[in-house]
Design a protein around this ligand. Structure first.
Ligand code: PEP
Ligand code: MG
Length: 354
């Protein structure tokens, strides 16, 4: 007999009677908790003092939309489009991509779907698109850098996205933007493809938000400048933390540096949110941190507008949100930003949310 604890990520082989009894009780408790969360499926995500936020889902394929809806997603905050490329034996055609994006936006019934353009490179490679051997692939030829270089691939994707925009509420964001110039180039190519489609008589939404991922510290430092051009930011903490701490996200030996609650990371996040708000724009987060129950009170206190996470974390987070008061969370966030260590911040959150 094996017990699998999917919450803690543990497995117990041949459990004792006591272990079995304790896990049975735990499983029942969790089922009861889930039933309670389920009641919030169609509810809005509001804090105790009435501030609304958006809780979205991260998806990899259009089929994931079903799970997003079942879990009460108010949006898709991140559609990792590279899965369309990774699940294919060759570059997906414009038509194949169009069908996939159309299915996703239609499935979300008018709720926003943010599609991230291809984020290949780093740890995600395509067998049919050999990339040069690099010493540091995470600092190399990847994501928007490939798209701006291989415009044939990028333009095909943008055309598919533009065509799908007519079937729901689609938004686009570019991954791994480091400079204003990269964003402007990507946006200009988007505008060119849009103009071409319109000239061809293809129906395209004239209300597509075009934003960017915030994953590179250098971009966060000029968030005020980028906010003039991007319609929104989505903070990709998975990469942002790695690049900020100079610690590879997949390297166990330096995993102690992977500290979402470190004041350094919180300050970067705060800076990005404030910069977007100063330009009347919004900021979301689509890295793992957005669904982290210790981080959520801090992010709410810093004014994050949208939290996008794995679908199964949404209802739990909505339930937590209902208990949070934004004034108190702002006070908590201010203290956290002025702390010295990650541990100190964790202790603060524990104290505020107990
Ligand atoms: C991120 O970096 O936080 C992110 C959401 O992108 P990915 O995990 O796909 O790199
Ligand atoms: Mg990333």
């Amino acid at each position: 007999m094996v017990i699998i604890d999917g919450i803690e990520g543990d497995a117990l082989v041949n459990p004792s009677d006591e272990e079995l009894a304790s896990y049975k009780a735990k499983a029942e408790e969790f089922a009861a908790q889930k039933a309670e969360w389920k009641l919030l499926k169609d509810a809005k995500s509001v804090t105790a003092d009435g501030k609304e936020v958006i809780l979205g889902a991260n998806i990899g394929t259009p089929e994931d939309v079903e799970g997003a809806n079942d879990n009460g997603a108010e949006a898709v905050g991140l559609f990792r489009s590279e899965f369309l490329y990774m699940n294919s034996a060759e570059l997906p055609t414009e038509e194949e991509q169009f069908q996939a994006y159309k299915k996703a936006v239609e499935g979300m019934n008018g709720k926003q779907v943010v599609v991230r353009t291809m984020d290949i490179g780093g740890d995600k490679n395509l067998p049919y698109l050999p990339l040069p051997e690099e010493e540091n692939p995470f600092l190399g030829y990847r994501a928007i850098r490939i798209s701006l270089d291989r415009q044939d691939i990028f333009r095909t994707q943008l055309r598919a996205l533009l065509r799908a925009s007519n079937y729901g509420r689609l938004a686009i964001m570019f991954p791994m933007i480091a400079t204003v110039s990269e964003f402007k180039q990507a946006k200009a190519i988007f505008e060119e493809e849009k103009a071409k489609l319109v000239a061809e008589g293809v129906a395209v939404s004239d209300d597509i938000e075009v934003g960017m991922m915030m994953e590179i510290p250098a971009a966060a430092m000029i968030a005020d400048k980028l906010a003039k051009y991007a319609d929104f930011f989505s903070i990709g903490t998975n990469d942002l933390i790695g690049y900020s701490m100079a610690a590879d996200r997949g390297n166990e030996r330096v995993s102690y540096l992977y500290q979402p609650y470190n004041p350094s990371i919180l300050r970067i996040i705060k800076r990005v949110i404030d910069a977007s708000h100063a330009e009347g724009k919004w900021t979301g987060m689509c890295g793992e941190m957005a669904g982290d129950q210790t981080a959520v009170p801090l992010l709410a206190g810093m004014g994050l507008d949208e939290f996008s996470m794995s679908a199964t974390s949404i209802l739990k987070t909505r339930s937590l949100m209902k208990k949070l008061d934004t004034t108190k969370m702002k006070e908590l966030a201010d203290k956290a930003l002025d702390s010295e260590t990650s541990e100190e911040v964790e202790a603060l959150v524990a104290e505020y949310t107990k």
